[in-house]
Design a protein around this ligand. Sequence first.
Ligand SMILES: [Zn+2]
Length: 281
Amino acid sequence: MIILDNHFHVDPFKGLFLEAVKQFYRAGGTHLVVVYKTAHDYGFPGLKAEDFMKAMDFHLELVEKINRETPVKAFAVVGVHPAEFVYLAEQKGLEYAKNEVMKALEYAQKLCLEGKAIAIGEIGRPHYEVSEEIWQASIELMKYGMTLAKEADCAVQLHTESFDEEKFRELGEYVKEVGIKPYRVVKHFSPPLVKVAEEVGVFPSVIASRKNIQEAIRQGNRFMMETDYIDDKRRPGAVLGPKTVPKRTKAFLQQALFTEEDVHRIHVENPKKVYGVEMAE
Ligand SMILES: [Zn+2]
């Protein structure tokens, strides 16, 4: 059985790294979408485009290591985290920060075009209060990232503030404006608004808590599952653990909350459609 966690971080400095991946595997997981953390997390200052590019290269090495040294198939997602842009704008000014982040996003696109990454992300807007200027610039950068993804015909993974129906509708407007294919836009850390997401042309990646997944599957199986595992030993329990997606999937199947068909759709067909990847066993 193929089981994918659609948003998983690894941190070789602060976290368990390969051990976390092995825990995922032992629980029954087979495929991971491993998302870039921040330049800072990877030991780069995050003060210019080159820092982000080096951090993305470092991220690709981590993903290669997972593929080489564990039985799990890992896919890379690279971008510039919205918090990195906020920090840079505060340090060096808005225009400078925008320019550097745009260059870095173009590099992320290049990595997608070369087949080294499957999506640009996580990009988007901060989940905390910022100035109106920074907020608007974040939206512009999010749209720029979506435009780059559209050109490369790859996916984007979006990080945002916490979401509700109204915000999904706002995001749907940007999707239309940019003209990217609706199934290429993944809302990471999504609430279980499966129907609304489909209506507005966004693909939800739902946090795999029991309550969320129960509500999501009530609405349909057009979603993926994620933990947003952050791999930071100093913050245990800050997010779901690495075993959650396989454990939840198996439990739901056993309790007939998922059918075999649901599991296949969520873990094989949906990622195939969104990322254009083969999900071989
Ligand atoms: Zn994340």
